[in-house]
Design a protein around this ligand. Sequence first.
Ligand code: ZN
Length: 142
Amino acid sequence: MQLDDLYRRVIMDHYKNPRNRGSMEEDAVTVNLNNPTCGDRISLQMQLQDGIVKQAKFTGEGCSISLSSASMMTDAVKGKTYEEALEMAERFSSLMQGEPVEFDYEELEALSGVSKFPARIKCATLAWNALRKGIEHDGQNG
Ligand code: ZN
């Protein structure tokens, strides 16, 4: 099996069986973002407490890249400190630049192929931009 096939399977698995899909009621920071060029929309909800991403969930609709990325991101950042989560977002940006990057949450590497399709990079980074916004928002408001 080629690496591309393996990566495609990982992406489709997250797309068809998204992790952390849903919403939270109380005390959640909500960030709504969309990617008009593709029609992706995501609403990210996070429970942020004591500098830690306690919980992350999302709803939305869009292409397989945007939704699988949101599924992986919410899984990957859960339990991380703000610094760790933001650092992971930075590394994901590097991955989208085509740089070889490794993650503790290895399934993220399945999105590395997106770097060859510049039009799709915004699909993949949508959830990560929402993560950044949510953490920055919390930092400003305590
Ligand atoms: Zn998209």
